[in-house]
Design a protein around this ligand. Structure first.
Ligand SMILES: [Zn+2]
Length: 415
């Protein structure tokens, strides 16, 4: 099918290198006024001004749709925990009364309460929940998400989670890239013995996940009371050797050494990184590590402190933005909110934030060659918003401004 999208007031192409954008390049958006995009077979054939694109030989036989608004590459949400059984409403209520992350954990809440719920959940329900959530992502202009396990924490439940992701992916247009996050917390039956638990994951869960090709990435929660930097590096190296691409949850609650451990293990991204120190940033840059910032969780937890996006950009570390959609600390699937929070709380410019939510998010999933920009050869994943100027996307908040989502050259959401 040949599709021609015309009538765009602005088109942000982010054309250029498939590598993550950093420093000054993080603010380059490839703005085209009076834009149009031509796609064929799910791939972009031309993108530019309407006049330019109409001259393409394929334009004559295309099905043309006129959409007034601003088009950008569909969001690539590179960090979610979208498979869960139920929201943690008790934690939420406790937090309104002043309880802390650690206090909630001590009272039986936090990750472990989600684990109990996922272990109980029947597979068919997990699939239908994820398919329903996938629809919400598409509705908000997201075309691709990463999805982590980590609420099963035993072989049966982690595999059940990954199998549910695979089954759900067959029933939605949303692209979902799975991550093995069995190292999310030490499950109660291991009584705090993190080393013993990691040995169990590496010997019992990882081989089957790899042989059945159920995950693309491996991730670990490097934090006091969870897994140490040494354990994280050892574990991620083992996962990388087995064929998974490593990622790390680092420095979310304290400066603990996760960013350097991640760089040492060759992670594609270090995520959260609220407490990373400036002196550690050059090692991230040299290691090609993307800093994936998750401001929706800071907002939801009511934290005064946000990750230092300006320092990462100044140090030449590419910044990606993601929702961290999860049942405990970020019940938000709308990347438009991440854009707003990035500008208002982390002083990113709208241009930098949009780059972080598209091409840099794609790079954080090692998919920068295929996703995250609108240019010939790229997958035709496009979101059109009901605004006249792209900066409105970062300015209005608390609403969904998306009017159309196109995935692989097909309209999959139309308001
Ligand atoms: Zn997370």
């Amino acid at each position: 099918m040949v599709l021609l999208i015309i009538g765009l007031k602005q088109l942000l192409t982010f054309k250029g290198s498939a590598a993550p954008r950093s420093g000054g390049a993080q603010g380059e958006i490839g703005l085209v006024r009076n834009g149009a995009v031509l796609t064929e077979g799910g791939v972009v054939r031309a993108a530019g001004t309407e006049r330019e694109v109409m001259r393409h030989p394929l334009a004559k036989k295309a099905r043309a749709i006129k959409v007034s608004g601003v088009a950008i590459p569909a969001f690539v949400d590179s960090h979610t925990h979208a498979v869960f059984a139920e929201p943690r409403l008790r934690d939420f209520a406790l937090r309104t009364l002043g309880a802390t992350y650690a206090g909630i954990k001590a009272r039986g809440g936090g990750i472990i309460s989600s684990v109990k719920a996922v272990r109980r959940q029947v597979p068919v329900k997990m699939v239908s929940q994820l398919v329903e959530r996938a629809g919400r992502f598409l509705e908000c202009g997201t075309g691709t998400i990463e999805v982590k396990t980590g609420y099963g924490l035993d072989k049966k439940s982690e595999l059940k989670t990954l199998t549910a992701v695979k089954a759900a992916a067959a029933r939605t247009e949303l692209e979902m890239l799975p991550t093995l996050l069995s190292a999310h917390a030490v499950p109660p039956e291991f009584k705090g013995d993190s080393k013993k638990y990691l040995r169990y994951v590496l010997s019992q869960i990882l081989p089957e996940v790899v042989s059945k090709r159920l995950a693309v990435f491996a991730d670990i929660f490097c934090e006091r009371g969870y897994f140490t930097p040494q354990e994280s590096r050892f574990y991620l190296n083992a996962c990388r050797t087995a064929g998974l691409i490593p990622k790390i949850h680092a420095e979310q609650l304290s400066n603990y050494g996760g960013a350097l451990a991640g760089a040492g293990a060759g992670v594609v991204s270090a995520d959260h990184v609220d407490y990373v120190q400036k002196k550690d940033m050059p090692a991230m840059r040299r290691g090609g590590v993307i800093a994936t910032l998750l401001p929706a969780s800071n907002f939801f937890l009511g934290l005064a402190r946000y990750p230092d996006a300006r320092a990462f950009i100044a140090e030449g570390v590419p910044v990606a933005l993601a929702t961290d959609f999860n049942p405990g600390t970020s019940p938000c699937w709308n990347m438009q909110f991440a854009l707003s929070a990035a500008c208002t709380h982390m002083k990113m410019t709208p241009e930098e934030a949009l780059c972080a939510a598209t091409i840099n998010g794609a790079c954080a999933l090692r998919a920068g060659n295929r996703l995250g920009s609108i240019e010939p050869g790229k997958q035709a994943d496009i979101a059109v918003f009901d605004v006249s100027d792209y900066r409105e996307l970062c300015y209005y908040f608390g609403a969904n401004l998306n009017k159309m989502t196109i995935k692989r050259g097909r309209v999959v959401y139309n308001r």
